[in-house]
Design a protein around this ligand. Structure first.
Ligand SMILES: *Cc1c(COP(=O)(O)O)cnc(C)c1O
Length: 377
């Protein structure tokens, strides 16, 4: 019998599935422990705005569960237009911003077509490319001893663009490194990229960036019809479980994506939660403040222990331990602290930790000390 994997298109047949951060329940089941913490998936340690929970509870009444959601996402789009100064025709709503990345690949790639992205960039880019049976072209990142270690090298990315390239994925700040682009460098890149190459600027961590480091992507959308900006509600807004994100683009690109997407790719609870999340500016501000303080504290603690921290504008820090990090990761699990190993990203000596609450950060440092003691012994 033909193995079913041989029946798949070439991309799906060869692609490696995404490895998520280990859930607390899984760890506790495996080790028979309790009271563990997860700092592995860049979730908001404050949870979400209480207004989100209120809005969700208010919505879940009567026929709520029986009715299909609003396929147009009319009200959320109206709120997003006000936030970004765009028209509704420029918005594509996705089941997480992951959905937007996949819709772009599905619409633009296929056999004979390629995407370009950087080494050490988001794991979904190769998956979305392979799922569409496109070719992935990976540009070498900046070297560890540069100003932006492991960061995106836009010149190297530009060098990989030829007639078969339809899509460029750029995460800013990037996951798993936390590195960022200089706005002027990105503007120069956009001016130089051929107009028929779609550039995706994935801004999942935008709110965590200092204001002066941010790219004014809204302004650039008007100038570059080949630019797509993606945002998510999974990080600073704290509703990762709802699976909702969006793309901003020229109406023609949004038109294509909206033809390809499932008509009901956002459930009604997600649409409701996203609106409430968007409205609570205080919660976002409080989350960013906690992150900035925690980031400084963790950076100092890691450096004091001889770790090499990659500079980060996001809500996590990736750090090199100087040797294979797997035993450190395993020892931390036994202490009930889940971080993210980065071997799958080609960084076997690095771990990524999400900035948590003050208590979680202290717990992380304590577990790290135990783990380093064991690994070094
Ligand atoms: C977390 C993350 C996303 C968001 O994913 P969702 O599907 O919206 O949850 C997108 N891009 C990057 C780089 C991320 O780290």
């Amino acid at each position: 019998m033909t193995p079913f994997t041989d029946l798949a298109m070439p991309g799906p047949a060869t692609l490696k599935p995404y490895t998520p951060g280990k859930p607390v329940e899984v760890l506790e089941r495996e080790l028979g422990i309790t009271g563990s913490i997860k700092l592995a998936s860049n979730e908001n340690p404050l949870g979400c705005s209480p207004k989100v929970i209120e809005a969700a509870q208010h919505a879940m009444q009567g026929e709520f569960f029986a009715r299909y959601p609003d396929a147009s996402g009319f009200e959320l789009k109206r709120d997003l237009c006000a936030k970004h100064g765009v028209q509704p025709e420029q918005i594509t709503l996705g089941n997480g911003s992951n959905d937007i990345l996949c819709l772009l690949a599905q619409s633009l790639l296929g056999p004979g077509r390629a995407s370009v992205f950087s080494q050490y960039s988001f794991a979904v880019y190769p998956i979305a490319t392979a799922a569409a049976s496109g070719e992935a072209r990976i540009a070498p990142a900046f070297a560890p001893d540069t100003d932006m270690p492991y960061g995106h090298d836009l010149a190297a990315m530009r060098g990989l663009i030829d007639d078969s390239v339809r899509l460029v994925f750029i995460a800013n700040p990037n996951n798993p490194t936390g590195t960022w682009l200089q706005p002027d460098d990105f503007s120069a890149f956009m001016a130089d990229v051929p107009a028929d190459v779609i550039v995706v600027l994935d801004e999942a961590y935008h709110d965590y960036q200092p204001a002066e480091a941010r790219i004014n992507a809204e302004a650039m959308l008007a100038q570059y019809p080949n630019l797509v900006v993606t945002r998510t509600f999974s990080k600073v807004y704290g509703i990762a479980a709802m699976r909702i994100g969006y793309g901003l683009s020229h109406p023609d690109i949004a038109d294509v994506l909206n033809r390809v997407r499932q008509p009901f790719n956002n459930n009604q609870l997600a649409l409701t939660a996203a609106r409430a999340a968007l409205a609570d500016h205080n919660f976002v501000e409080q989350s960013v403040k906690l992150n900035t303080a925690g980031m400084a504290e963790l950076n100092a603690a890691l450096k004091a222990r001889g770790m090499t921290c990659i500079p980060s504008h996001a809500n996590f820090i990736s750090f090199g331990v100087g040797y294979d990090a797997a035993p450190v990761y395993e020892a931390m699990l036994r202490e009930g602290v889940i971080v993210r190993p980065l071997a799958g990203y080609g960084l076997p000596q690095h771990l990524r930790v999400t900035v948590g609450t003050d208590d979680e950060n202290a717990r992380f440092i304590k577990a790290l000390d135990v783990a380093l003691g064991q690994a070094g012994a």
